[in-house]
Design a protein around this ligand. Structure first.
Ligand code: BYC
Length: 345
């Protein structure tokens, strides 16, 4: 349902990107006039809503910002596999197990497209993984909360993926080509993730009173962390002003949060669940729901490494990385042998 919002202009042909004054190799590198010309060509491309491609010249701050955001996004997908992965062996039926397996596998795939998109900016996969494992890089706060019941699988799909799509649909129009193109495919898969979560919640809410109570209890725990997931308020967001000028971010944290609340309240009503916010009410004048105060201290605590599961998540990723060392070594040895065989032939 959410992917209907993807409405994109045709991408440029292969010759349009990376040529002319925008190309990284353009005109007398180093001279001040050449630098200015490249900056102007970059600004004009952004103003005309054209895509910036890896071979195009770009300001260093634009490149660094993209590496930060795309790698954080990739890490979120990979760490995001853990809370759900925890429930694969306990899925209540073969159908649910197959759905959950497919979803978690998709998330691994999203991480890989995103690492590849970030690599086009000149950063290596190893550097990004090292930043995650050392705790230097961030990943979404939401994955530092525990999954305590089966209904959490429903809430993650319905709410976490619902929030993720809300944030990611505008990223399909991001000014950086490889990120925008990765997001188109990711959003299509996220739409299935959101639907399966809602369908799971619907099954619980139409089930026994105990199942409905389990769904309500999960919603009570997930609601506020999901509302926080959109990031600090616009007034506190350090990067938004610049990333919006560059066409990386298209809609602000607060506007996306409002869109999410407006879309989700009727879905909760259909489920017959109560959103745990006594201040939530429709505001006729604004044409939006008003909602209660967010506990920003909690968001910053979780972002800065002190959430309920931060240590556990990183420890699990570190262990997985160490346990996978032999696979990386074997793949490299195989590639070396193949290259040697090809040279000999
Ligand atoms: N968690 O200036 P701001 C998924 C940080 S995974 C942690 O507003 P920006 C899924 C922010 O990084 C989808 N940190 O930043 C997977 C910055 O710190 P640094 C995840 C947060 O970048 C599995 C500082 O706070 N989605 O869908 O303009 C299962 C100031 O914030 C958070 C993405 O990654 C947070 N919630 O805006 C199910 C989307 N919020 O970097 C589902 C791509 C803020 O200066 N990312 N921070 O140290 C974005 O759209 C933006 O980066 C954000 C933040 C909206 C997240």
């Amino acid at each position: 349902m959410y992917t209907q919002a993807i409405d994109l202009p045709e991408p440029p042909g292969p010759l349009e990107a990376g040529s002319g004054p925008r190309s990284a190799q353009a005109a007398g590198a180093g001279s001040e006039a050449a630098e200015q010309e490249r900056q102007q060509a970059f600004d004009a491309a952004i103003a005309a809503d054209e895509k910036i491609e890896p071979q195009d010249w770009m300001p260093e701050a634009y490149r660094r910002t993209l590496v930060r955001q795309i790698s954080q996004h990739a890490h979120s997908e990979v760490v995001g596999m853990l809370p759900e992965g925890n429930w694969i062996t306990r899925a209540p039926s073969l159908r649910r197990k197959a759905i959950l397996l497919a979803k978690v596998q998709d998330e691994g795939g999203h991480g890989l497209y995103l690492y590849s998109a970030a690599e086009t900016l000149g950063v290596s996969r190893d550097e990004m993984i090292e930043a995650l494992l050392s705790g230097k890089a961030k990943y979404s706060s939401i994955f530092n909360y525990p999954t305590l019941s089966w209904a959490d699988m429903g809430c993650i799909g319905w709410l976490v993926d619902g929030a993720a799509i809300m944030n990611q649909i505008p990223l399909c129009r991001c000014s950086y080509g490889p990120y925008a193109r990765a997001m188109i495919r990711i959003c299509k898969e996220e739409s299935f993730h959101q639907r399966q979560g809602y369908e799971l919640m619907l099954a619980l809410c139409r089930g026994t009173p105990a199942q409905k109570a389990m769904a309500q209890e999960a919603l009570d725990r997930w609601w506020w962390p999901v509302v926080m997931m959109f990031g600090p308020s616009d007034a506190e967001s350090v990067h938004s002003a610049q990333t919006m000028k560059w066409g990386i971010k298209r809609i602000s944290n607060d506007d996306l949060r409002q869109k999410f609340v407006d879309a989700t309240v009727p879905q909760a009503e259909l489920l017959g669940l109560r959103i745990p916010d006594p201040d939530l009410k429709w505001n006729e004048e604004r044409g939006h729901y008003d909602f209660g105060q967010i506990d920003w201290n909690e968001l910053w605590r979780v972002i800065n490494g002190d959430g309920p599961c931060n240590r556990e998540r990183l420890e699990t990723r570190r262990r997985a990385h160490e346990n996978g060392a032999w696979v990386r070594e074997a793949a490299l040895a195989h590639a070396r042998k193949r290259a040697a065989r090809q040279r000999a032939a």
